[in-house]
Design a protein around this ligand. Sequence first.
Ligand SMILES: NC(=O)c1ccc[n+]([C@@H]2O[C@H](COP(=O)([O-])OP(=O)(O)OC[C@H]3O[C@@H](n4cnc5c(N)ncnc54)[C@H](O)[C@@H]3O)[C@@H](O)[C@H]2O)c1
Length: 453
Amino acid sequence: MADRYQQFTNSSVGKFLVPKLGLPSPTPLRRYEPGQPLLDGPALLGAAPGGRLEKTLTEQLRAAGVELHSSAAADGADVSYGALVFDATGITDPQQLRELHAFFQPTIKQIGTCGRVIVLGTPPELAGTTRERVAQRGLEGFTRSVGKELKRGATSQLVYVAPGNEGATESTLRFLLSAKSAFVSGQVVRIGTAGSDGAAVSAPAEWAKPLDGKVALVTGASRGIGAAIADVLARDGAHVIAVDIPAQGADLSSVANAVGGSALQLDVTADDAPRTIVDYCAERHDGLDIVVHNAGITRDKKLANMDASRWDSVISVNIDSQLKINDALLESTVLRDNARFVGVSSIAGIAGNLGQTNYGTSKAAVIGMVDATAPLVAERGGTFNAVAPGFIETQMTQAMPATIREPARRLSSLSQGGLPVDVAETIAWYANPASAAVNGNVVRVCGQAMIGA
Ligand SMILES: NC(=O)c1ccc[n+]([C@@H]2O[C@H](COP(=O)([O-])OP(=O)(O)OC[C@H]3O[C@@H](n4cnc5c(N)ncnc54)[C@H](O)[C@@H]3O)[C@@H](O)[C@H]2O)c1
């Protein structure tokens, strides 16, 4: 749906009036197009003394075609950085957090439109001393605050890399630097945790087609976010099995045809749905690599007015059916090694939402599903992660009253809603074979919404 306010702010009248009135000014975000360079300008790489990632980061950035600077341009020099990347793994004491100030304070104003800030640290729980643990935990407040200060579509993230997983960062670095992460900001990504410490990471033969030869199942794929996931996974080389209820059959076929995939009409809550999925994947595709539990419904009412059927239907679609499908797949032989499971949570599952006790419960339970299942899947070289979308422009949000929709759009650091493709790109990053050590994460795709933790 068109964001008329954003169109206005980017018109000549809007550009004149909006700053004078102190109103939010959403920048049109840079989004991925095949062949596009990773960044719009050079990256400046810095490190606290004793960091363990600087060498690998240098190699990975160079391999991705990024022009790399290792010292800041002279004051007043006309450099617009595409990214500021800082290895903070050498920080072992809160006093050394001063290194962040020393690197970012002189350079932060030189970050370009839709630029990127990435800080890399050690997961606090794996730090060697109390003071190191405290200091590493502090990085989170720094990157989230920077995200709120950045302007013009720029984003800020923290990546915790478990020791021994230094070589497992490439897919994450590429995703977070690129336009694929346009609507992801203020997030903390963990690499090498949740049972995936030292996971065998294989770089794809072609970064533009990382999912070549993979089979992906996407539920709720006939429209909205699910259709975008089907599209992006197919663009990355996967054969997509698009699943939706029979009533959505016509739209489902259009999506499946458009991405060269297959359509499977199925209500995921049906008793025989898990068996049907296993048999379908075994007979038609000889295996399954990627499972995206995207199908979801809302049945909103304040708790006092909510009948049991509204409660039951939301729990059934949004979590219970997914657990049953996981069980059937994990017990079967259809799931290939290094499988990827992705859940779709919501910021309502993190912050709660008025009128959504059923939905918020189900979406928090999706996070529980990630926590409980990620270590099990890791035993077979797989991963289980989730996305938690914020305000995304779909039929679901189009149905909101305008008085709620407008403020909801602006209540993020990027002052706008995201697009279905933003959620899909995040899922494609999880699915990438080089993301084998990215496990147990819940990354919000919310433009750093002001609500929730
Ligand atoms: N749109 C947002 O802003 C937003 C925000 C947070 C989370 N989400 C989540 O993202 C996911 C997709 O949302 P959307 O906005 O694209 O919604 P949507 O309503 O446009 O699409 C959901 C799809 O799921 C299908 N579906 C519902 N029940 C099903 C069942 N029993 N079996 C098979 N398919 C079923 C629907 O037919 C529909 O095609 C949902 O899980 C939703 O909760 C959306």
